[in-house]
Ligand binder design. Structure first.
Ligand code: ATP
Ligand code: MG
Length: 447
């Protein structure tokens, strides 16, 4: 027995009481069986979109030409889609047309994987025409029908197979895998937005290592060739036992399952293959890779149509990920300067990345950066708790105050603020209005 939320039950009841069939379907059925929290509840019905709209007060025409109406219950939307048969996919992208049907099994047949092709309601119980339960029990991702045919209709399914395998920790069925390898190049026809959605779900899952499965299947070669370059870049330094790609996966596993952190980890060493040099002893060097990476990563992220804020923050973190937090010694001032340079708002992300990076490097475990990291964490905590100033914006006096004191307008204000910050970074207790006025008067005279 599957537990469906009250609102979903209500929608199904209303449809059934009016002579239609209705079932919860797809991901929500799969996730409930697996004891996972479903993202959303989808309903499939024999009622036509216009008929659905007549039965509910509040509806939205989400994708009415594809049969989808969103029914609003208590401010939550539920997608109700008419049983449909997808037409031909001429461009590996969109069905040319959809055709409505009154047969549930026909609707289940168009779905991608057996585990996603189950329907449930209380009257009929589980409708599992393609043995999805068996595949759930055996932890297998398997196409509904002929894999080559199904991937030929919509190439995105190739990436979805790996994405589900990463999210659920399932293996991909052999025949399905063969078809993936054969048809991976057709992913070229899929829009960047659709790729990004699936790739992001893959990398924020419990198993980002499945990116290596995608590499072995020839998928990343098409959608993220930079990962192939990383997999094919040996490091051979005293610190690294892995190639760049394998190390990247370790770092992804070591950061939290958060979009920003996983994308940043994925691209933190992305420029290594570009800057690699080998010395006379056969040792490799990657001089300037962090800076180069901060230029290459945003290009890739823009290509994937990611949002500007993530692109900007990730690039900034990549640029400074090799900076040592206590490069100028274990003292509070060094960490205040480090926080100033990297930015208070992203310093916790920076520390998380630094930790994940050195934990993913060496077969010897923690390297010499560990003590510096621990020290920086403690100092950062102190800075946050005590509102210690690490930027000109946090100074106890402002540009306006400087003007009132007679500071000339223009760039001199900025210079004066920088000098004041310099004083405060050395001696945080000087960040009071009275003390900074005294300092400011001296600085203004000397400008
Ligand atoms: P998630 O938990 O990520 O939402 P999901 O299984 O619900 O996973 P959706 O992309 O929300 O995936 O799609 C809902 C359902 O629609 C799927 O379970 C599947 O039955 C069907 N589906 C979605 N995309 C495709 C596709 N490209 N080809 C065939 N069926 C698809
Ligand atoms: Mg879903």
């Amino acid at each position: 027995k599957i537990n469906i939320p009250g609102s979903v039950k209500l929608i199904i009841d209303v449809l059934e009481n009016n002579g239609y069939e209705a079932f919860a379907v797809g991901g929500c059925v799969r996730d409930t069986i697996l004891d996972r929290e479903p993202q959303d509840w989808d309903i499939t019905t024999s009622a036509l979109p216009e008929q659905v709209k007549e039965l509910f007060n509040r509806t939205l025409d989400t994708g009415i030409q594809h049969g989808t109406v969103t029914v609003m219950i208590k401010h939550v939307g539920y997608e109700v889609t008419t049983y449909r048969i997808d037409g031909e996919y001429n461009d590996s992208r969109h069905p040319e047309s959809v055709e409505f049907t009154s047969n549930l099994i026909e609707d289940l047949k168009r779905r991608d994987f057996t585990i996603n092709a189950m329907a449930y309601n209380e009257r009929e119980g589980l409708v599992d025409a393609f043995d999805g339960i068996n595949d759930i029990n055996n932890k297998i991702i398997r196409c509904v029908g002929e894999p080559e045919e199904r991937f030929g209709e919509d190439a995105l399914r190739i990436l979805r197979a790996v994405r589900f395998s990463a999210q659920l920790g399932f293996d991909i069925d052999e025949k399905t895998m063969e078809a993936i390898k054969k048809l991976a190049p057709t992913l070229e026809n899929i829009s960047a937005e659709r790729i990004k959605t699936e790739l992001e779900k893959l990398i924020i899952s419990k198993n980002p290592c499945k990116l290596i499965t995608a590499y072995n299947a020839g998928i990343t070669k098409v959608i993220l060739p930079e990962f192939d370059a990383m997999m094919e870049c040996e490091q051979n330094t005293p610190y690294h036992m892995y190639n760049v790609g394998e190390h990247t996966i370790k770092v992804m596993e070591n950061v939290s399952a958060d979009k920003l952190m996983r994308w940043t980890a994925l691209f933190h060493d992305v420029a290594k293959p570009l800057v690699k040099t080998t010395d006379a002893n056969g040792r490799n060097h990657f001089k300037g890779h962090a800076l180069e990476g901060s230029k290459l990563a945003p290009q890739i992220m823009r290509r994937l149509k990611m949002d500007n804020k993530t692109i900007k923050t990730a690039s900034r973190l990549i640029e400074c990920h090799d900076d040592r937090p206590a490069s100028k010694g274990f003292n509070p001032e060094a960490i205040r300067r480090s926080v100033h340079k990297i930015g208070k708002d992203i310093y916790h992300n920076y520390l998380e990345l630094v930790y994940a990076d050195f934990m993913g490097k060496s077969k010897y475990g923690k390297d010499e950066g560990y003590d510096a990291y621990v020290y920086a964490c403690k100092q950062y905590e102190y800075i946050m708790e005590n509102n210690i100033c690490t930027s000109t914006k946090e100074l106890a006096i402002t540009g306006k105050d400087l003007i009132a004191l007679g500071c000339p307008l223009g760039e001199k204000i900025g210079r004066a603020l920088d000098e004041l910050l310099e004083i405060v970074l050395k001696e945080p207790e000087k960040n009071t209005k009275d003390k900074l006025y005294v300092e400011a008067e001296k600085i203004i005279k000397s400008l």
